[in-house]
Ligand binder design. Structure first.
Ligand code: CMC
Length: 426
C-alpha cells in the first residue's frame, strides 16, 4: 500500500469554509493520484465521475500505459519487446507471476496449462441447447459461467492452490470452449485439443481441422495468432477487467467473474470493435467513399463513429496497432493478397483521418481493433469469432487482476455511489 511517503497533500476548500487535506500518492511511474477515500467520512460528500475518466480504482503492479507517449508495459516490459521475443504463454506467465519464466519454469508452466486443455465431456451437452445461429460470444458467456457448476474443486477463492488451478483451467480451456462454439455454429464435429501442439497451433487445429482430412498448420498464421494473443493479453483497468474486479470483489468464484468480463468485452465500444471495423470497411467499400464516412464520423448529429479509432487512454498511436500493421503485411503476403482490398481501404482511411483536423485535435488514432480484424479475416476466421479471440487472449489479464485483487488484503467490495436526481420523499 502506498502510504504517502513524501507527505504531500492536496487541500480541498469546501463552500462551508472548512478545508480538508487529501494525501497525494505516487506510483513508480505515471501521474500522481489524490487519495479521496476519507472524503465522505470527513465531508459527507462523494465525488462524481461518470465513466471513471479521472478515477483510479485500485493499486496494480501488472500493466502500465502512458497514453500520451503511446507506451504499453507489462510488468515493465514494452509490448513491442514481448510481441517480438516471447510466446503467448511466456507473456501469460509474466502477467501472472511478475517475471518472465526461465527454461524450467517455462516448461513446467506449458505442461501445466497443456494438461488442462480438455473440458469435462458433460459440458459439450450445453452447446446443443443453443441455436445454431447463436453468436459465439453468447455461447462463451454461458459456457464459461457454467464452468463453476463443474469445477467445484477450484472455486474456494481463499485457497491459493485452488485459485491457481482455476486460473490455469481458464487459460487452458478458453480456446477449447471458443473452438467448440465455432464448430457448433457451422455444424462440424468438435475437435479435441492436441497436447503435442503449442497453444496457438492447437487453437487453429481445433477451429479449422476436420476428422476426415489431414490439416496442415500454417506456421505464419500460427505465429501471427500467437502475437495477436500477446497484444490482447492485458490492458490495465479497462471496462472488462474492471468488471471482473468488481464481480470478484464480492467474493464470486473465478468462472463467474470471467464470464462477467466476457459480457463486458462484447460491446462495440470495447472488444466488439474489431467486428465493427470489418463491417464498417465493407460498408465504405471503396476508397472514393472514405471522405463521406469521415464526414459522418465528425457530424455530432450522426451516431456513426470511425470504428477502431480513438481510445480513452491513448492520445497517440496505440503501440499494439503498430505491431498489428506489420503482422497484417506478413499474413497478407503469405496469402498472396498484398493487394487485399480491406487492408488498402484501412490504410487509406487511417491516412485521411490522421490528416483531418477533427481527428488530430481530438487525438484520435487507430487502436488495436483497427487492424486485428483484417488479419483474422485473411487467416480464415469468421467475423463473429473476432471478439472471441480477444476474450481468449484477455483471459490471462482478467485472471491476473482477479488474483492481484484477492491477494490484496486491503481490497473491499466495490460499491460506487450516485448523484440521486429522482423524486424526493413523497
Ligand atoms: N470517431 C469519431 N469521433 C470520435 C471517435 C471515433 N471513433 N472516438 C471519439 N470521438 C470523439 C467523440 O465524439 C468526442 O468528441 P467531443 O469531445 O466533441 O464530444 C471525443 O472524440 C472524445 O470521445 P469520448 O467518447 O468522450 O471518449 P471516450 O474515452 O469516452 O471513448 C472510445 C473512447 C474508444 C469508446 C471511443 O473513442 C470510440 O467509441 N471509438 C470507437 C470504438 C472503438 O474503436 N473501440 C475500441 C477501443 S480499443 C480496444 C478496446 O478497448 O477493446
Amino acid at each position: 500500500m502506498n502510504d504517502n511517503k513524501n507527505n504531500i497533500f492536496a487541500k480541498l476548500q469546501l463552500p462551508n469554509g472548512k478545508s480538508i487535506k487529501l494525501p497525494i500518492l505516487e506510483g513508480t511511474v505515471g501521474p500522481q493520484v489524490i487519495d479521496i477515500s476519507s472524503l465522505y467520512k470527513e465531508t459527507g460528500m462523494f465525488t462524481y465521475d461518470p465513466g471513471f475518466t479521472s478515477t483510479g480504482s485500485c493499486e496494480s503492479k501488472i500493466t502500465y500505459i502512458d497514453g500520451e507517449k503511446g507506451m504499453l508495459l507489462h510488468r515493465g516490459y514494452e509490448i513491442e519487446y514481448l510481441a517480438t521475443n516471447s510466446s503467448y504463454l511466456e507473456t501469460a506467465y509474466l502477467l501472472l507471476y511478475g517475471n518472465l519464466p526461465d527454461k524450467q519454469k517455462k516448461e513446467d508452466f506449458i505442461n501445466a496449462i497443456t494438461t488442462h486443455t480438455m473440458l469435462n465431456e458433460q459440458i459439450s451437452n450445453f452447446y446443443k441447447g443453443f441455436r445454431d445461429n447463436a453468436h459465439p460470444m453468447a455461447i462463451l458467456c454461458g459456457v464459461v459461467g457454467a464452468m463453476s457448476a463443474f469445477y467445484h474443486d477450484s472455486t474456494n477463492i481463499e485457497n491459493k492452490e485452488e485459485r491457481r488451478i482455476a486460473s490455469y483451467r481458464l487459460i487452458a480451456k478458453m480456446p477449447t470452449i471458443a473452438a467448440m462454439a465455432y464448430k457448433f455454429s457451422i455444424g462440424q464435429p468438435f475437435v479435441y485439443p492436441s497436447n503435442k501442439l503449442n497453444y496457438s497451433e492447437n487453437f487453429l487445429n481445433m477451429l479449422f481441422s476436420v476428422p476426415a482430412e489431414e490439416y496442415q498448420i500454417n506456421r505464419v498464421f500460427a505465429d501471427a495468432l500467437d502475437k495477436i494473443l500477446i497484444l490482447h493479453a492485458d490492458h490495465e483497468q479497462n471496462a472488462s477487467t474492471s468488471t471482473v474486479r468488481l464481480a470478484g470483489s464480492s467474493g464470486a468464484n473465478p468462472f463467474a467473474c470471467i464470464s462477467a468480463g466476457i459480457a463486458s468485452l462484447w460491446g462495440p465500444s470495447h472488444g466488439g470493435a474489431n467486428e465493427a471495423v470489418i463491417k464498417m470497411l465493407n460498408e465504405i467499400e471503396n476508397v472514393k467513399n472514405i471522405k463521406q464516412y469521415v464526414e459522418k464520423a465528425k457530424d455530432k448529429n450522426d451516431p456513426f463513429r470511425l470504428m477502431g479509432f480513438g481510445h480513452r487512454v491513448y492520445k497517440n498511436y496505440d503501440p499494439r496497432a503498430k505491431v498489428l500493421q506489420k503482422i497484417a503485411e506478413n499474413v497478407l503476403k503469405e496469402e498472396h493478397k498484398l493487394e487485399n482490398k480491406l487492408f488498402d481501404l484501412a490504410k487509406e482511411l487511417e491516412n485521411i483521418a490522421l490528416h483531418d483536423s477533427y481527428f488530430v485535435e481530438k487525438k484520435l488514432y487507430p487502436n488495436i481493433d483497427f487492424y486485428s480484424g483484417i488479419i483474422l479475416k485473411a487467416m480464415g476466421f469468421p467475423i463473429s469469432l473476432f471478439t472471441v479471440i480477444f476474450a481468449v487472449a484477455r483471459t490471462v489479464g482478467w485472471i491476473s487482476h482477479w488474483n492481484e485483487m484477492i491477494e490484496d488484503k486491503t481490497s473491499k467490495i466495490g460499491r460506487p455511489r450516485q448523484l440521486y436526481i429522482g423524486e424526493k420523499p413523497r
